[in-house]
Design a binder for this molecule. Sequence first.
Ligand code: G3P
Ligand code: MG
Length: 233
Amino acid sequence: MKVFAHRGASGNHPENTEIAISSALNIGVDGIELDLQSCLDDYVIIHDSWLDRTTSGQGKVNATAFADIQRVDAGNGQKVPGLQDVINWVGNKTLLNLELKHTFSLDKLVSTLEHNVDQGRLSREKLIVSSFDHHQLQWLKQHLPWVKIGALTSSIPLGYAEFAQRLNAYSLHLDKNFVNHEFIADAKARGLEVYAYTVDKDEDILAMQALGLDGVFTNFPCNTKQVLAQHGD
Ligand code: G3P
Ligand code: MG
């Protein structure tokens, strides 16, 4: 079962920051999930639409310029990374899952991803773009056919695996509280990868393993890897 560091190794470091990402890389995770968002003039890696919870700054991310966001503290002296930063850091070292949050200018995202692939800084095979916004995923897949898209949902609507297949999704990213055997079997029969978030407790890790999931998003990737290693994964 793949282990994705959720917002980097965010259980031990400020979420969505360089140190959380480098820690996850050092642990040897299978992938890193990061939240991507539009600011006034660029893309940044931050979860909330406001700066207030995770940084020393205030105000809406999409109303703040990249240069001003660079001046706030994202915890322990860390900066809010830009999209180019994380591509440079993660590149093709491990799976990079960018979750679109309040992300606009998708055409600029397409050109940025294409450019980085062309420059050899980003691997097509190792990038997954996910979102709760399936309209955006549909647009992205139409304009960047090689990209792997991950359909995010909290509860699981009936017929969701069939829908995801029609969306041409690569993976399903599900709330751990809603996964069940029948749905996983249906998704796997359709060739979809099935991942669950956010899986931190030992008993939940083992429950996801028993259900046959392909991967989990965890804030504590070191512990998750240890628990899996002790149970034959
Ligand atoms: O991508 C999985 C998970 O991160 C989705 O929820 O709120 O943690 O971004 P959230
Ligand atoms: Mg996320």
